[in-house]
Design a protein around this ligand. Structure first.
Ligand SMILES: Nc1ncnc2c1ncn2[C@@H]1O[C@H](COP(=O)(O)OP(=O)(O)O)[C@@H](O)[C@H]1O
Ligand SMILES: Cc1ncc(COP(=O)(O)O)c(N)n1
Length: 270
């Protein structure tokens, strides 16, 4: 069998499997990519909310990263929940030395409204990690937090795209329209300009982990060597089917179906 492409996620956990590194690993697997995972914070959470958070000591995050990179380097890397500046500083050199595509999901708040990053971390993200990104995938509130201005209209979305590319120095940014009204439109900005993907908006409360899943699929597609545009195209199809066929798990805001895309689009493993 051909050696698989490998994707690494560096993020927080969700013991109920809907978000964080658990969702990322499922999404990697369903994309036909071998998944690796480094935990940053252990989050006691479920579909009802976040009950507790334990941030791992930075030495433990560093030693996990060493374990990965001393053995087999991934073809693409994603970071999700990175709660503090210290964590960012430990992760940054591994990203730089890898020279591989790097996706940042700038996770700040869980769908339940619980904060997953401290205030200083929020400010430092754009200094330490965002300039290294191949693609950043903020939702609207995250894009507002990072740019410092309100985003409601398409003009403001374009202004935000410009801010990520030209003020921060990210190579690409997808501003996700999950939090707006009407169709679910995602806006990609790169050197090639703007591209949008539109899907119908499903009227469901089961969107726990949509952002994690979307960015993990982009990472998996980049690990296969695909271009940013192709990666976002696949991720949009994947997340749309995952939301359409939610498995109705839990008492609250449930997870998406990480296996719907593979089942419906019949992915062939190499
Ligand atoms: N109700 C919905 N129906 C269809 N697509 C959605 C819905 N909610 C979110 N999406 C899509 O899911 C992906 C994640 O978006 P979003 O929910 O905004 O991210 P986050 O989880 O970071 O808040 C995007 O592609 C977005 O368009
Ligand atoms: C560990 C962790 N990371 C991220 C999220 C956000 O999830 P969403 O994709 O719903 O914004 C979460 N709830 N937990």
């Amino acid at each position: 069998m051909k050696k698989p492409n490998i994707a690494l996620t560096i993020a927080g956990t969700d013991p109920t499997g809907g978000a964080g590194i658990m969702a990322d690993l499922k999404s990697f697997q369903a994309s036909g990519v071998y998944g690796m995972a480094v935990a940053t914070s252990i989050v006691s959470q479920n579909t009802l909310g976040v009950q507790d958070v334990y941030h791992l000591p930075v030495e433990v995050i560093e030693s996990q990263l060493k374990s990965v990179f001393d053995d087999e380097a991934p073809h693409a890397i994603k970071t999700g929940m990175i709660a503090s500046e210290d964590m960012m500083n430990v992760i940054k050199p591994f990203i730089e030395q890898s020279g591989k595509p790097y996706v940042i999901d700038p996770v700040m708040v869980a769908k339940s409204g619980d904060s997953l990053m401290d205030d200083k971390g929020k400010r430092k993200l754009q200094e330490i990690l965002l300039p290294k990104a191949t693609v950043v995938t903020p939702n609207i509130p995250e894009a507002e937090d990072i740019t410092g201005f309100k985003i409601q209209t398409e003009e403001e979305i374009k202004k935000a795209g410009d801010f990520f590319l030209n003020e921060i120095g990210s190579k690409g940014v997808v501003i996700k329209g999950g939090h707006l009204e009407g169709d679910a439109i995602d806006y990609l900005f790169t050197n090639n300009g703007m591209r949008t993907w539109t899907s119908e908006r499903f009227s469901t409360k089961h969107t726990h982990g949509t952002g994690c899943t979307f960015s993990a699929v982009i990472t998996a597609e980049l690990a296969k060597g695909h271009a940013i545009e192709e990666a976002v195209e696949v991720a949009k199809r994947f997340i749309t089917l995952a939301i359409k066929h939610t498995p109705e798990i839990g008492k609250g805001r449930g997870p998406v179906n990480h296996f719907a895309y593979q089942k419906i689009e019949g992915l062939d493993y190499e």
